[in-house]
Write a protein that binds this ligand. Structure first.
Ligand code: FES
Length: 109
C-alpha cells in the first residue's frame, strides 16, 4: 500500500533544471531529464545526510551535476550515481513516482 503525495509545479520545471523541496517530511531533489521527472532523496549515500546547506538545489558551477555542499562530490542528474567524491560508485536513492492526469505523485510505502 502506497501513500501518494502530489509533487507541486512539475509542469513549470524546465529541462535539466533541479529544485530542492520538502514533501511528506522528506528532503528531495527533483529534476527533469529528457522530459522525464526524476526525484531523488536528498541524502548522501555515504553519510546519510542532506547534500545542501541552504534551501537551494546543490549543483556544481555549470548546473550539470548535483554537488554535495560538504565534500564536493558530484552526482549524475540522469541516474544519481556519484562520479567523484567519497561515495564514488554509490548512488542517490531514486523515489517511486506515479502519474495521474498529468500530475506527478511521490509514492511512499
Ligand atoms: S556527505 Fe557524502 S559526499 Fe558529502
Amino acid at each position: 500500500m502506497f501513500h501518494k503525495y502530489l509533487i507541486p509545479n512539475t509542469s513549470k520545471l524546465g529541462e535539466g533544471e533541479v529544485q530542492a523541496l520538502q514533501l511528506a517530511n522528506q528532503d528531495l531533489l527533483i529534476t527533469k531529464q529528457q522530459g522525464q521527472i526524476i526525484v531523488y532523496k536528498n541524502l548522501c549515500p555515504h553519510q546519510n545526510k542532506r547534500l545542501n546547506w541552504s534551501s537551494t538545489a546543490p549543483l556544481d558551477e555549470d548546473g550539470d551535476y548535483i554537488q554535495c555542499d560538504h565534500h564536493g562530490a558530484l552526482f549524475s542528474l540522469q541516474d544519481g550515481c556519484c562520479i567523484t567524491g567519497p561515495c564514488s560508485g554509490m548512488a542517490l536513492q531514486k523515489e517511486i513516482l506515479g502519474i495521474e492526469q498529468g500530475n506527478y505523485y511521490l509514492l511512499l510505502s
